[in-house]
Design a protein around this ligand. Structure first.
Ligand SMILES: [Zn+2]
Length: 494
């Protein structure tokens, strides 16, 4: 399927006001994509050997806000996120569980999508899985061999020769000596010419055969290295869709800068001769008591744990966006409780607007002050996000607005003004998606929804479909989405 690159009829050229911190230059720079309004965005995805933890999801939430802001600004975003379903960790876990690769990874891929939906993260447009892109990976290795930047090691694996790629280290700003020291410590492969060279293709071993992690290639039976996967899949996707070999945005957590992203650049640019990505964005960690959340340290929580503990997605999103994506986020009970309060406050304000607070008092509308506040809010939020995605500032402005708007509503505002404020507020809630979910919602909402669903059922039974549709719209206006299933009508707050 080719991507639609023709702007919509109602397309307005995106304002060129977005500035982003580019790891490649260590500077905040104006964002100019290769072919606006199109933006190609590649985000390194989860390794599906286990559940992703909330530290991983912090990164995915920063990327979610970036994407939503780009779309809100008028860009036509193509978001690609890979699933790593073969690498050292996957193979080890499959072997330990006595499973084939797919038997291990399929359930975790499904779990990842469920967690993504729970946390209201917009689905990427495509989720390439490493095991389904072998021809692209093999072709990339062949190209690197042809160009003389890759070689077959004594151990039968294929390596990338960093000495043949002079700009290696540009992203991480490490000099050769530092890279070599790091590589020697971590090196567990002995067939390399230089300890800092990395494997593109690993020769198959007995465990790889056992779990089904082997593919035939002209340069030997084996499996891809993790770094190779991202280069091959991202290039395959943008080449196929747009005929280009340069991404606009490449994102991930800061621990991917070296060696993962450095190696991705080496492989991609040595093969194509084109810049691999125009902007590199990296999110900071989520810490627990000052330590990075990690499976290695055993201090991790999954999205499932949050759900079990009754932590709402609106709360978690508020918590994440109250810290700038380049600052470490400390996960504490106090911070979580404050975020919950914030999310509930947004929810109560939305209810108040929906309840038509102040409506019918036309004539005592405070001279359009509420509509003016809302308009200013939208301008301020846009400016904050344009400034390297300053979400803490944007949320602070939102809370200020809620206070000021509540005071204005106490004094009275016309229905027209309330409507204008609600339109702006809803647009911003679409951007941050921080409203409380059904379980956290106003306790009065549940009986109301049940009463309305009952009325809708009765209308449908008496074939009054017009009334049934009207009730559906009434529910939707309060953020309640319904779905008719064979076992009855299900609902959720969106
Ligand atoms: Zn990657």
């Amino acid at each position: 399927m080719r991507w639609t690159t023709t702007p919509r009829a109602d397309y307005v050229s995106p304002p060129m006001s977005l500035q982003l911190f580019n790891t490649l230059t260590r500077r905040v720079e104006p964002f100019t994509p290769l072919a606006p309004p199109r933006v190609t965005m590649y985000t390194c995805g989860p390794t599906v050997w286990n559940f992703a933890h909330i530290g991983n999801f912090r990164t995915f939430l920063f990327e979610d806000l970036l994407r939503r802001h780009l779309e809100w600004s008028g860009y036509d975003v193509c978001h690609i996120m890979n699933l790593t379903d073969v690498d050292d960790r996957v193979i080890k876990a499959a072997d330990a569980a006595g499973k084939r690769l797919g038997e291990l990874t399929d359930p975790f891929a499904r779990a990842f999508f469920e967690d993504r939906d729970f946390l209201r993260i917009k689905p990427a447009h495509v989720y390439p899985r490493a095991t389904q892109y072998m021809p692209a990976m093999i072709a990339l290795v062949e190209r690197l061999l042809e160009r003389g930047v890759a070689y077959r090691g004594d151990d039968g694996s294929v390596y990338f020769a960093i000495a043949k790629f002079p700009t290696y280290g540009r992203l991480s700003q490490l000099d050769r000596r530092e890279i070599k020291v790091g590589a020697r410590v971590a090196s567990d492969e002995y067939g390399k010419d230089d300890p800092s060279d990395f494997a593109l293709w690993k020769k198959a071993g007995p465990v790889d055969e056992q779990v089904g992690a082997v593919w035939d290639a002209p340069f030997g039976r084996g499996r891809p290295g993790w770094h190779l996967e991202c280069s091959a899949m991202s290039l395959a996707e943008i080449r196929e869709r747009f005929g280009v070999e340069t991404l606009d945005l490449h994102c991930g957590a800061i621990d991917l800068i070296f060696p993962h992203h450095e190696n991705e650049i080496g492989q991609s640019e040595a093969a194509t001769g084109q810049p691999f990505a125009r902007y590199w964005l990296h999110g900071a960690f989520l810490n627990v008591k000052g330590t990075k959340m990690s499976k290695r340290y055993g201090n991790f929580l999954t999205a499932r744990d949050l759900q079990e503990q009754g932590v709402d997605a609106g709360t978690f999103r508020t918590l994440v966006y109250q810290t700038h994506y380049r600052q470490p986020l400390d996960y504490t009970d106090t911070a979580l409780e404050a975020a919950r309060e914030g999310s509930l406050r947004m929810g109560r304000f939305r209810e108040r607007l929906e309840g038509g607070a102040g409506r019918g008092k036309t004539g005592e509308d405070g001279g359009g002050r509420l509509a003016g506040l809302a308009q200013q809010l939208e301008t301020d939020v846009r400016a904050a996000l344009d400034d390297d995605l300053d979400s803490p500032k944007a949320l602070a402005r939102l809370f200020d607005f809620v206070s000021a708007a509540n005071r204005q509503l106490d004094r009275g505002a016309s229905g027209e003004e309330v409507g204008a404020a609600m339109a702006v507020f809803d647009r911003l809630m679409e951007l941050f998606a921080v409203l409380p979910g059904a379980r956290q919602a106003d306790p009065e909402l549940v009986p109301w929804v049940q009463e309305r669903l009952g009325a809708r059922d009765r209308a449908r039974k008496s074939k009054d479909f017009k009334e049934a549709d009207r009730i559906r719209a009434e529910l939707k206006a309060r953020g309640v989405e319904i779905e008719d299933t064979p076992t009855g009508t299900k609902w959720r707050v969106v």
